[in-house]
Design a protein around this ligand. Sequence first.
Ligand SMILES: [Cu+2]
Length: 375
Amino acid sequence: MKRKHIAGALVAALLSPLSAWADWGMNMPRGVTELSEEIYGLHMAAFWVCVVIGVVVFGAMFYSILKHRKSLGVKPATFHESTTVEIIWTVIPVIILVSLAIPAAQALVKMEDSSNSELTIQVTGHQWKWQYEYPEQGIKFMSVLGSKSREASALGSGIAPGSVEHYLLEVDNPVVVPVGKKVRFLFTSNDVIHSWWVPDLAVKKDAIPGFINDMWVKVEKPGTYRGQCTELCGKDHGFMPINVVAMDDAGFQAWVDEQKAAAAAAADDSNRVWTQDELMAKGETIYKSTCAACHQASGAGIPGAFPALTGSAITTGDLKGHVDIVLHGKAGTAMQAFSSQLSDADIAAVVTYERNALGNSVGDMAQPADIKAMR
Ligand SMILES: [Cu+2]
C-alpha cells in the first residue's frame, strides 16, 4: 500500500510539469504591446530558421548514414579540403546570422528609445512592495500583496493556496496605464535590487538603488496583466507581485481623477483630530498590509528574525520613541523608515493600533499632528 502511494506521488510529480505546460503554453507569451509583438516575431523567425537548419542537417545526416552504409557495399569517397564546400558552409551561416542580427539590433534600439512618451510612471522597489508615482499627475501610491493571498500565505493559516484566485499574483492597488499611448517607466529601488517583470508587456528591468533604468510600453489591448519581482530581494521576494491595468483614455482619466480625490481626502485626514476608534480601525488595515509581513498578524514576530510587538519595550513604552522608530526606522536592522511611505494619519493610526491591540493595552493614542511635528 505504502509503495503504491509513493509510486502514485512519483507519477503525479513527473506529470505535474506537463499540466503546468498545458496552463502556460509551450511557447513564450505573445504579449499585448507593440514591443512584445516585435520580440515575439523575432523569436519565431529565429525558431523557424533553427527548424529548417535542423531538418536539413539531420535529413542529410540520416540520408547519408542509411543510403551509404557499409553493408550496402558503398565505398567511402576520398576527397577532403574542398575549398568550395568550405566557402559555402562559412558564407551561408554568416548570411543567416547577419539577417537575424539586423532586425534584433533594430528591436533593441527601439526598446531603449523611450523618447516622446506621453506618460511617465516611476516605479520604486521596496522590501516587499512596489511604489508607483505619476509625477505629471501628482499621483503616488503603494502597491502591496492582495489581502486574500496574504491571509492564505500566513504561517498556519489553514487556507489552501489553490483556493485563492490569482494566489500571489494579486495586489491591492494596481498600476494603471492608458491603452495605445507610449508610457515610459522609470525603475529604481529604495533598499536592495528588485526587478519588475510583466511577461505580457515584455518588460523585465532591474530596480537598483541609486540608479534609474527606463523602459517603455504601448499596450494595445485593455486588461489586467500580472507579473512578479524577479530579483531575489529577501524574505518576501515571492510576495510582491505586479498588476498592470490597461484602460481606454476615458477610463484612465476617471482613474486619475479618483486618485487625486483620494489624495486630497488623505491630506484632509492628516489635518484633523481623530477618535481612538477611527485610529484603531485604520491602524488595523495599515498594520496588516505594511507591518504584518515581518511582525506577523498576531504581533508575535518571528523569534530570531523579527521582534514581537506584543509587550515590547517600544510598543508599550514612550509614545515618542515608538513614533520615531516607525518614521525613521532603525539603522542596522530590517526596520525601514516609513516616513516617505505612510501619511501622518497612517502613522498615527498604526502606532495607536500597535499600542492598543496585538495584546497591548497602553491606552494612549497618537494624532496626525504629533506625527507631523516629529517628521
Ligand atoms: Cu523584490
